[in-house]
Write a protein that binds this ligand. Sequence first.
Ligand SMILES: Nc1ncnc2c1ncn2[C@@H]1O[C@H](COP(=O)(O)OP(=O)(O)OP(=O)(O)O)[C@@H](O)[C@H]1O
Length: 358
Amino acid sequence: MLKESKGIRLEHISKIYQDPKTGKDFKAVDDANLVIEPGSFVTLLGPSGCGKTTTLRMIAGFESPDEGEIYLGDQPINELTPNKRDTAMVFQSYALFPHYNVFDNVAYGLKLRKLDKKVIHDKVMEILDLVELSGMEGRMTNQLSGGQQQRVALARALVVEPSVLLFDEPLSNLDAKLRVSMRTEIRNIQQRVGITAVYVTHDQSEAMALSDQIIIMNKGVVSQIGTPQEIYYHPADEFVADFIGEANFLRGRLVQKDGEKGVLSIDNHDVEVDDIGSFEVGSDCTVVLRPEAAVLAPEGQLPCKVVMSCFMGEYQNYHVMAGDTLVKITDFNPKHKRIYRVGEEAFVRFDTCDVHII
Ligand SMILES: Nc1ncnc2c1ncn2[C@@H]1O[C@H](COP(=O)(O)OP(=O)(O)OP(=O)(O)O)[C@@H](O)[C@H]1O
């Protein structure tokens, strides 16, 4: 149904704004280099103000970069206006026309292109079928639920057959349950039509559920690009580790190295790790230990004392002190396990392959 999807490339893209308080210039996006493969679903993720919307708006053409070049396929697009870019945007606010019914909202872009009436009718009906709104074409938009309005917005973007779909936090006005079902629907539709999608969110679970690749941004800078698994298991730095899921940070020093394996001294205890990366003996490093990768046991790597023990149903939630470091542990399916109480002494235990060193 759609044209061939295209990839996007950002080369050394920066956007400078003036801080309204200080009057000083700052880089809202700072030297971003991105390659988005055709047909992939890519999410820009990061805390408020990190520059994700600005990046998306530069791809759409609503903002122009101060430095660098943006390519759609092989074509440089910096100089093209939004309507010449072959991209379509789905907004957080839906941005539907309240005085048009569903059909006319979806048909709008096609009428602008002066397509034949019958062609418009067929295309609109086909897209409404795709977003499961068949039969609702005569309704006014104020007679639709939030989820249905967002589907109209999605249909309106898809019907003009863009090469790239851009989403600016499209689900943030919906309640939590609907957000989860709509994100699955968006992903299904994107995969069915094979279109390239760039999606802005600050919700990490949304990013994990939707994406082929996640781009993590922090203060205007791209911190890491990777699959959800790469980002979760091999975060580039503490910011990424902390932003995606929960993480414990154990400070240590590399005291022994044998190929990829190594031994760290953490709080005067020797801790073996499987992949020491490029660190050399004597360097300070930080172990990223996910709470679900650790358990409490009578023996293990680090002696500790339990300071919180909470039954949460599907898991037992522990906070323990290992020396001066607070370690959070999520022990799943605790029904038949020994439960440690506050004040008890134990060991933090983990598999040597389950930690990541930064
Ligand atoms: N037109 C503008 N003029 C000046 N500063 C701006 C302008 N637009 C955005 N900014 C600033 O640029 C920075 C990046 O904004 P941006 O909207 O890209 O962030 P974001 O990551 O999308 O945040 P959020 O999740 O809150 O939408 C912020 O500090 C913001 O205040």
